[in-house]
Write a protein that binds this ligand. Structure first.
Ligand SMILES: *Cc1c(COP(=O)(O)O)cnc(C)c1O
Length: 228
């Protein structure tokens, strides 16, 4: 896969500049390479270029890639969590970024094999203006955080958000500020958390300016996803 190294170098410069712009260093922002829609060969090329964190949204697509990958990679589940998929997710992923309710956290906790170390968990916050099961409502985050933090074999690490599509820069800034406030409040309430996962290809600089410590990037690294 030609291009990944160039894209990565370019991305690293942009991430470093965005971090510098708010008094932080490039090491304060973890880059998760979103490999959904791309084959194992792309993951291997990205690993050769130096990447270690990979994000996948669909379990069936992810499993063969995880199976074929080197053991030093950290796989992040970033898709919708369905109850019948939690066992395989708890077994094969290092991080789950999309926990939205206690019931799913309990399943992941019970199904995490003891040999794997703790599963690193983020709570996905419901974006403004969207109803349904797209995230935990802000008013229920404190309760869910306490539940996650109390479960064995889970390590509560922080908060994740996927903003509503199509927001302009001002609305995105507002959404990221709101998410950061939720994160700060959890910290103030004693949660030992360090991860604020926000920002994708089109808006990661804005997200970093808003306090992001983890960006999830597919297209800007690998180009457009092949169909299927
Ligand atoms: C697909 C996806 C991304 C990556 O999106 P790009 O725009 O390709 O960078 C990030 N986060 C989540 C949750 C995704 O589903």
């Amino acid at each position: 896969m030609t291009g990944i190294t160039e894209h990565l170098n370019h991305l690293r410069v942009r991430i470093a500049l965005a971090a510098q712009g708010c008094g932080r260093g490039p090491a304060d922002v973890t880059l998760v390479a979103v490999s959904k829609g791309h084959p194992s060969a792309t993951v291997q090329a990205a690993r050769a270029a130096g990447l270690r964190h990979f994000g996948e949204s669909y379990l069936q697509e992810a499993l063969p890639k995880i199976g074929a990958s080197d053991r030093d990679l950290a796989w992040h589940f970033i898709g919708r969590l369905q109850s019948n998929k939690t066992r395989a997710i708890a077994r094969d992923f290092t991080w789950v970024q999309t926990v939205t309710e206690p019931r799913v956290a309990e399943r992941l906790s019970g199904q995490r094999p003891p040999y794997g170390g703790d599963l690193q968990v983020l709570i996905q916050i419901r974006p403004a203006g969207i109803a349904g099961r797209s995230g935990c409502p802000a008013g229920e985050v404190a309760r869910l955080a306490t539940a996650v933090a109390g479960l064995p074999r889970l390590k509560f690490r922080g908060i994740m958000i996927i903003p509503q599509a199509g927001l302009d820069a001002a609305a995105l800034r507002q959404e990221y500020a709101r998410t950061r406030a939720v994160f700060d409040e959890l910290q103030q309430n004693g949660h030992d958390i360090d991860t604020l996962s926000m920002g994708m290809s089109d808006d990661f600089e804005l997200a970093i300016a808003g306090g992001s410590t983890m960006v999830r990037i597919g297209t800007a690294l690998f180009g457009p996803r092949p169909s299927g």
